[in-house]
Design a protein around this ligand. Structure first.
Ligand code: COA
Length: 178
């Protein structure tokens, strides 16, 4: 069953989305902000990423689609889902820079966190964000994430060492959001 919010549809990623996702994954304007390093990747690798995902029980990635006109905006997901401790790592990406700052990232995150707590019965979601990625930090905070720690000099981007921030959201953080 899909996840629907005010403006967005979160649905399974289809093979027809891969061309767009592949472009974003190679776009320095986007990929350089991700906490995990993104080397140049081939379309074959992108297809393998998609195919491997189909059988992974600890990974849950969804396309973010604009309901109004069907535009694919990006994708969002949970991975390293640990069904015993009921925790998962979170990540999100809005592809085209002109779609940044319109609240889509936050709206999708809130919808996915609600789903994680109310349907997947998870207890805690966490994420790693480059300290330099202010839009991501702000968006996560608006969805209830709290800063829990700092991994000093944990990444190397554009010739500089960068700190990585650990953020986490518990049920009470999310439900206490204004
Ligand atoms: C991070 C990302 C997913 C956020 O999605 P988004 O739709 O742009 O985010 P939102 O519009 O919901 O919220 C962004 C917030 O950051 C704020 N922001 C933007 N630029 C900022 C800056 N330079 N400094 C501080 N805050 C900033 C916005 O004003 C907004 O906060 P507000 O609503 O209080 O004004 C998106 O920008 C993106 O995909 N970026 C490239 C890839 C990426 O960084 N992915 C996340 C990896 S952890």
């Amino acid at each position: 069953m899909n996840i629907i919010s005010e403006r967005l549809l979160l649905r399974a990623i289809e093979e027809s989305d891969l061309e767009m996702i592949h472009q974003w994954s190679n776009d320095p304007r986007i990929a350089s902000h991700l906490a995990a390093i993104h080397l140049p990747s081939s379309f074959y690798q992108q297809k393998k990423w998609f195919e491997d995902m189909q059988s992974q029980k600890d990974t849950f990635r969804l396309a973010i689609q604009l309901i109004e006109d069907g535009t694919l905006l990006g994708y969002i997901g949970l991975w390293h889902i640990n069904w015993f401790d009921r925790i998962a790592e979170f990540g999100f990406l809005i592809g085209e820079p002109e779609n940044h700052g319109k609240g889509y990232g936050t709206e999708a995150t809130r919808a996915l966190i609600r789903y994680a707590f109310e349907t997947l019965d998870l207890m805690r979601i966490y994420t790693f964000v480059l300290e330099t990625n202010l839009p991501s930090l702000r968006s996560c905070e608006k969805s209830g994430f709290k800063v829990e720690g700092l991994a000093r000099s944990h990444a190397f981007r554009d010739g500089k060492r960068v700190n990585v921030v650990l953020l986490g959201v518990l049920r009470e953080d999310f439900y206490n959001l204004k």
